[in-house]
Write a protein that binds this ligand. Structure first.
Ligand SMILES: Nc1ncnc2c1ncn2[C@@H]1O[C@H](COP(=O)(O)OP(=O)(O)OP(=O)(O)O)[C@@H](O)[C@H]1O
Ligand SMILES: [Mg+2]
Length: 258
């Protein structure tokens, strides 16, 4: 039997950074209940950059929340870095997040009392690892934060805070980085810079990144795009280019509006 390449990887725990097995997640109860994820199965190989796209409300953020154990699926299983999240309690999930995951979420805020540099190295310190000061400042410099390293989050713009979160996620080299619209608050030039840095972390250091984006240009930096519609995977595109992604998105949005 021939199966799609994506299906073949579903049970490949050795190489997958993340697996979802028939994950269903509903929000709300009764008549107001919404099925945000409907039997979603996917596998994210280690060392790859995956973009997740789809119309507003299609389930992208719910996917990231379930994958990170911030939300519990109603059914199905999430396996992160070889660990099944299903039976884990909150303490174990918190530890797993701290040790194996990086986040670039707007709601995953920086610590207000710490400087940019202190925020960026926090996960390393939690893990009892030493931060290489030159590497830290080098990365912050490339993210356009070189003259902000001693500032506190309240003294930064939204886009600058997001770039601190990117530095924080990259520095600890977690098993997987989840990013929800990491370039949403950035101008075109800053967005290209950040995407280039994410791309390089995957290509040069074997980092695994899953990034939700609405921007076809951002998606074109990824190795593959997974398209969501109505809580299901509607399509998968390898080696995406911005034009093809935009065309696919336009068809998905038109379907949703019909
Ligand atoms: N806490 C919640 N309570 C009720 N419904 C929710 C909740 N969170 C999400 N939903 C619903 O679940 C569906 C999926 O939401 P989700 O946030 O995953 O979408 P999304 O693809 O991230 O959208 P966007 O592109 O707008 O960020 C939507 O219909 C949304 O209204
Ligand atoms: Mg969202």
């Amino acid at each position: 039997m021939t199966r799609a390449p994506y299906d073949e990887r579903v049970t490949n725990t050795v190489t997958a950074a993340l697996e979802l097995h028939h994950v269903t997640k509903r929000h709300g109860v009764g008549a107001a209940a919404v099925t945000a994820l409907d039997q979603v199965s996917l596998s994210i190989p280690r060392g790859t950059f995956t973009a997740v796209m789809g119309p507003s409300g299609s389930g992208k953020s719910t996917l990231l929340h379930c994958a990170a154990g911030l939300d519990r699926p109603d059914s199905g299983a999430v396996v992160l870095d070889g660990r099944d999240l299903t039976g884990l309690d909150e303490t174990a999930l918190t530890r797993l997040r701290r040790e194996r995951m990086g986040f670039v979420f707007q709601s995953f805020n920086l610590v207000p009392t710490l400087t940019v540099e202190q925020n960026a190295v926090l996960p390393l310190e939690f893990a009892g690892r030493r931060a290489d000061g030159r590497r830290v400042r080098g990365l912050l410099g490339r993210l356009g934060l070189g003259d902000r390293i001693d500032h506190r989050p309240a003294e930064l713009s939204g886009g600058q805070q997001q770039r601190v979160a990117i530095a924080r996620a990259l520095l600890s080299q977690p098993a997987i980085i989840f990013a929800d619209e990491p370039t949403g608050a950035l101008d075109t030039q800053a967005a290209r810079e950040v995407l280039g840095i994410l791309r390089e972390a995957v290509t040069a250091s074997g980092q695994t990144i899953v990034m939700v984006t609405h921007d076809p240009v951002a998606a074109s930096y990824a190795d593959a795009v997974v398209f969501f519609a109505d809580g299901r995977i509607a399509d998968h595109m390898a080696r995406p280019d911005a034009g093809a992604v935009a065309a696919r998105m336009a068809r998905l949005s038109a379907r949703g509006a019909a």
